[in-house]
Write a protein that binds this ligand. Structure first.
Ligand code: SAH
Length: 226
């Protein structure tokens, strides 16, 4: 029987869950093959890490503003970097993230590592990340307010290091704090307008192997805390 009543369900949690699953499917079709990475991308609710007005865009493949001229990274770039860091491992050991931002990538990393340390240099973003992450009660993630260029010597060595901001090179303390056999991935500026992803593996105490990956666009790595 035709009732004439049309029920329109607008953006609700169910829609966002479906949007997230379809984002993970798009990642799978665009070269992300690591099962656990896809699983983590399909699990972490990215919409919970952006402002309410941007929630409906949370599962598009774009970076979005998070305040203080910073952005939440693009899902495809987050997945690509973590996949490159993990290679065939199902789970990483101790991981350092430089540039917590709103905390999204830290949440993804926490599902794929034994322990995650994430450092942010802007106090207000560190506080926002803390608030965003609180409801998820993630026990293997530590958020630190500091300049990540120095790394975290007291927690080193790290099996994986991931930078969410682009410098002119890789800071020496981060190379020193990488475990032998560990990997680091970072965007590095090639010129004023061009950046490239670099993957570095520490082969021995003195030898590092570097692989150049795709061109990317990240906010700048800056020193000091504010
Ligand atoms: N990881 C975030 C991306 C945040 S954008 C995500 O999940 O989407 C990059 C962040 O790096 C910014 O918040 C910026 O403030 C921070 N950053 C830049 N230089 C830094 C430094 N030296 N130490 C720590 N954080 C830094």
């Amino acid at each position: 029987m035709e009732s004439g009543i049309e029920i329109v369900v607008k953006q609700d949690w169910t829609d966002l869950d479906a949007a997230r699953r379809s984002m993970a499917q798009r990642l799978a079709m665009s070269g992300i093959t690591h099962h656990e990475v896809l699983q983590a991308m399909a699990t972490v609710p990215r919409h919970a890490f952006v402002e309410p007005a941007l929630e409906s865009q949370a599962y598009e493949d774009s970076s979005l503003p998070i305040g203080r001229e910073q952005t939440i990274s693009k899902p495809s770039v987050v997945a690509k970097m973590i996949q490159a860091l993990m290679q065939k491992q199902k789970k990483m050991g101790r991981v350092l993230e430089v540039g917590t931002g709103c905390g999204y990538q830290a949440a993804v990393l926490s599902l794929l590592s034994e322990e995650v340390y994430s450092v942010e240099r802007i106090r207000s973003l560190h506080d926002i990340a803390r608030a965003n992450l609180r409801p998820f009660r993630i026990s293997n993630l530590r958020l630190i307010f500091d300049d990540g260029i120095k790394g975290i010597p007291q927690a080193a060595p790290f099996d994986g290091i991931i930078l969410a901001a682009a410098g002119l090179g890789i800071p020496d303390p981060l190379l020193e704090q990488l475990a032998i056999g560990g990997k680091l991935i970072a965007p590095v500026a090639k010129s004023d307008t061009q950046q490239q992803l670099l993957l570095i593996e520490r082969l021995s105490s003195m030898r590092y192997q570097r692989t150049t990956m795709d061109e990317v666009f990240f906010v700048p790595l800056q020193s000091g805390t504010i």
